[in-house]
Design a protein around this ligand. Sequence first.
Ligand code: NAP
Length: 418
Amino acid sequence: MTTDDNAEDREFEVIVWGASGFTGKLTAEYLLKRYGAGDDLRWAIAGRNQAKLEAVREDLSRETGVGTSELPILVGDGDDEAFLREMAGRTKVVCTTVGPYAKYGSKLVAACVASGTHYCDLTGEVQWMQRQIESHQDAAEQSGARIVFNCGFDCIPSDLGTLFVQREMQRRTGAPCCHVQLRVKGFSGAASGGTIASMLNMLEEAENDPSVMEAMNDPYALNPKGERTGPDRPERLTPSYDDDFGQWTAPFVMAGINTKVVRRSNALLGYEYGRDFRYDEAMLMGKGPLAIAKAVGVSGSSAAMMGGMAIGAIRRAVSGRLPAPGDGPAKDRREKGYFDLVLRGVSASGEVIRARVKGDRDPGYGSTSKMLGESAVCLARDELTVSGGLWTPASAMGEALLSRLPANAGVTFEIEDS
Ligand SMILES: NC(=O)c1ccc[n+]([C@@H]2O[C@H](COP(=O)([O-])OP(=O)(O)OC[C@H]3O[C@@H](n4cnc5c(N)ncnc54)[C@H](OP(=O)(O)O)[C@@H]3O)[C@@H](O)[C@H]2O)c1
C-alpha cells in the first residue's frame, strides 16, 4: 500500500518532531500562524519531553494569540523504534528538526520508510544522507514514502532557484542552461547550537572515518550509484575574480552541500539540465582593492575555522564557548535578517538568464522554519508527480514549492533580465 492509498485515513497530516528545539519551535509557530491549531491543518507537535512540549504549546499560544489547547502532543524517544513506527503510522508527514541527524535521525527515516509516511528535514550532513539513500531507496519505492532531506536554507534556495532558471531557459529557448552560477549578494543571520552541534559531529565522524571526508569532497557524492561523475570539480576554497559578475568572490560556506543537492536533482530529474551541466556557488565581495582584501579575509577565516575545527583538540576546546543545543539567534535578529541570492544561467548557445532569490527573514531560522513548514504541508496535500523514494526538494516538490514559498513563506523567485 502506498501513502496515497492510505493517507486519508491517517489521524494527522503533519507531525513536527523536535518541537521543543530551537528550529522545531519556530516551525510549529509558523504552522500555527498560517494554518491554526486543528481547524485547517490536522497537525501535532512531538518530542521526548512532555513538560518542554507543554511549555512550547503555552509559549506559542501567548506569542501568536492563537489558542493551542487543541494542538496534540506526542511524547517518545528518538531511540525507541516501536514508538517511532507508531508515530509515523499516525501521520501523512513527519517534519523533523531533531539533529544532528547522523546521531538521532536514522531510526526515524527507517520508521517512515516502513510505514509509507512522507518525511522532510533540515539535514546538511552529506555522509548521513548518502547512507540513508543507499539503505532505503528500494523500500521507499515500495512503501510510497517520499523522503526529502534539505528543506531549509540548505538547500531550497539553491535547488529551487536552479530549477526556476532552468525552466525559464527551457521555456525561452527549448534547451537547458549548461551552466548555472549562484552568487550570494548578501545575508544577515547567525547559527544555532543545533547547527553547530551538527557541524561538529560531522567533523568528529570525518576524523574517525576517511569515507566521510571523501563524501564531503566528492562533488557528485549524492548522485545515484554508478552516476557519480560529471564536469564539476570540488568547491574552490580560495578568493577569485568572477568575470561574469564583474566582482571578487569568496567561498560560500553552504556550497559544499548545496552544489551536491543541485547535481542530485539533475540526476533525479532524468538529467533535465543535461549530462554536462555545471553548477557552482560563491559569495560576491564587490569591486576594487577593498573587495580583494575582503575576499582574502573571508576565504582565509573560513579556511582557518574549518581547518582548526577539524582538529579534535581545538574542536573540543572551542565547542564549550559556542551556542549550546536549544540556543539560537534572538527574535529581532531573525526578523531583521534576510538573504539575497543572484543566479546566472547560460545555455550552450550563449543565451543568458539572471534570476534573484530573496528571503524576508534570517536564512537559518526565520526563513528556514517557513520553508520547512511549507515543505511538510506540500508533501501532505499537493498533487506531486513523484512516488516513493529519497528525493531532493526540487525533484519531489519543485513546481509546488515555487508557488507555495512566494505566496506563504516570504521566499521569492524572480527573473531579472533576458
Ligand atoms: N538546513 C538548514 O538550513 C538548517 C537550519 C536550522 C537548523 N538546521 C538543522 O536542524 C537541526 C536542529 O537544529 P536546532 O538548532 O533546532 O537544534 P536544537 O535546538 O538542539 O533542537 C534539537 C531537538 O532534538 C531533540 N532531541 C535530541 N535528542 C533526541 C532524542 N533522543 N529523542 C527525541 N528528541 C531528541 C531535542 O529535544 P529536547 O528539547 O528534549 O532536548 C530538540 O527538540 C540541526 O541538525 C541543524 O543543523 C538546519
